[in-house]
Design a protein around this ligand. Structure first.
Ligand code: ADP
Ligand code: MG
Length: 215
């Protein structure tokens, strides 16, 4: 294990909100992640690098110790089943909710208390299965990688599990939220072995990032 520290950050809206937070903690990349083609970014802190990657890949890098710390959405962490990493902090950024949604016409005569078998399209297969299994509801899950809102409009599924923030996309497609599964925000995760072996460096870094949280 190298002695330097590497932080994996989810691309997209998490990166946008994490950069000011990291900057407040004294960590500023030497090149702009938005325009740089480099995959590993040095920072103003010696021996501290950022890697900016797809959200779903962050837990994988941290689990295997290729990044010591990671910033990932709770949605991704709920879905990732792997050991070796631990959630440390709720950063309070990229907040949204994971919900079950369905067409307005279906919702008009639907009762979640009476659900027994559901056909659901989602990219959150594991989380959806777990949520409904705990309630004794059977699920037929159709895995998608994006635009879940389309599925019920074209008969691929009756319902979807997706993230919502303002609800504008649901409304635009005549869908309504019928049940909440989880509150989502970005979390700081750590590789457990790294935390042991680089304890001093990592704890001071974690504390500095913790002071910047919006939780
Ligand atoms: P991707 O293209 O991988 O879906 P996004 O930037 O859309 O990338 O999502 C990355 C992360 O941002 C998600 O894992 C989630 O934690 C968070 N996120 C997604 N949608 C929203 C939203 N509407 N509001 C706030 N955070 C969100
Ligand atoms: Mg997205």
């Amino acid at each position: 294990m190298a002695t330097g520290i590497r932080i994996a950050v989810s691309k997209g809206r998490i990166l946008d909100q994490a950069l000011p937070m990291l900057s407040g903690a004294g960590i500023v990349p030497k090149e702009d992640p938005a325009s740089s083609r480099k995959l590993i970014l040095d920072t103003c802190v010696p021996d501290l690098q950022l890697v900016v990657i797809r959200a779903v890949d962050v837990p994988t890098y941290v689990q295997h110790g290729s990044a010591d710390l990671g910033i990932a959405g709770k949605d991704v962490l709920l879905e990732h089943d792997g050991e070796g990493l631990s959630e440390l902090l709720d950063l309070g950024i990229a907040r949204c909710r994971m919900v079950v949604a369905e067409p307005r016409v279906l919702a008009a005569e639907d009762d979640p208390a009476g659900w027994y078998k559901l056909r659901i399209a989602t990219k959150y297969v594991n989380t959806t299965r777990r949520h409904f299994a705990a309630k004794g509801v059977q699920t037929e899950i159709i895995k998608l990688y994006g635009s879940m809102e389309l599925a019920p409009l074209v008969g691929l599924s009756d319902r979807i599990v997706d993230l919502v923030d303002s609800g504008a996309t649901l409304r635009a497609n005549d869908l309504v939220e019928v049940e909440q599964i989880a509150e989502i925000s970005a979390r700081l995760v750590v590789n457990i072995a790294a935390l042991r072996m680089k304890h001093g460096k990592l704890t001071s870094l974690i504390e500095r990032i913790g002071n910047e949280t919006k939780a």
